[in-house]
Design a protein around this ligand. Structure first.
Ligand SMILES: Cc1cc2nc3c(=O)[nH]c(=O)nc-3n(C[C@H](O)[C@H](O)[C@H](O)COP(=O)(O)O)c2cc1C
Length: 213
């Protein structure tokens, strides 16, 4: 490389550059529960930061009732996630929602997913999701554009499918867990492992092969 790349300047309509999908369960005003897919989520220690459209039912719920569950679907659940995509828990549907969006009071049923009781929060966990994080929205504030809210959610309890956990430890086995990735509005799973961080604490039976350069 001579220090000059051949990249071209583009103006993509979205910047979803490949982030895990989560399903947020929250409590509606009438005590029923909403479920919404989102992918602008990332962890900072025991806090998960979420970016949500201001006019969605999920943002509205978290502003008033801070309990939530951050459910992580695996790649096989992508059709259920996509069944939720055109639905909102808000009635009437706000004009800012994407074209084709419709109100659905029973998102669990519409997606073919099942709720199971949480331990520390009121909204249910999604039984089909292998990882479920019970959490509480500690801060909900507008973003700079005014179109979104930024939620800082403190995780209070983590539930994992035992097949994902390194036996006798609290470590998720990175070889057993695979997130569902939202990559420029297309769904992907993970490819094979390339290597690991020097900070990993999850013991592995087999070392990953060296990265070929
Ligand atoms: C895979 C996927 C990822 C999404 N990511 C986000 C996101 O990060 N933030 C957001 O506000 N909406 C996101 N959406 C759109 C919401 O799911 C959609 O606006 C939905 O109507 C919200 O439901 P609610 O109004 O009941 O909360 C995503 C949708 C899909 C299918």
């Amino acid at each position: 490389m001579n220090g000059i790349s051949n990249r071209i300047a583009i103006e993509p309509s979205v910047l979803y550059f490949g982030t895990p999908v989560v399903l947020l369960s929250t409590e509606n005003q009438d005590g029923s529960f909403n479920l919404a897919p989102m992918s602008s989520a990332w962890a900072l220690g025991q806090t998960v930061v979420l970016g949500l459209g201001r006019d969605g039912q999920t943002a509205r719920n978290l502003g008033q009732r801070p309990d939530l569950v951050i459910n992580l679907p695996d790649p096989a659940l992508w059709p259920a996630v996509e069944r939720l995509a055109p639905l909102t828990g808000r009635d009437p549907v706000p004009p800012t929602k994407a074209a084709g969006c419709r109100f659905e009071p029973d998102k669990f049923g519409a997606a073919g997913l099942h709720g199971e009781p949480s331990h520390m929060v009121r909204p249910p966990r999604v039984a089909e999701c292998p990882l479920q994080l019970e959490a509480r929205a500690e801060r909900v504030q507008p973003d700079v554009s005014g179109e979104f809210v930024i939620v800082e959610a403190a995780v209070r309890k983590v539930h994992a499918d035992p097949r994902l956990v390194v036996p006798g430890t609290d470590h998720v086995d990175p070889a057993a867990w695979s997130p569902l990735i939202y990559n420029f509005r297309h769904y992907f799973g993970l490819g094979p492992e390339l290597g690991h961080s020097y900070r990993t604490q999850a013991p592995r039976k087999v070392e990953a092969p060296a990265v070929q350069r």
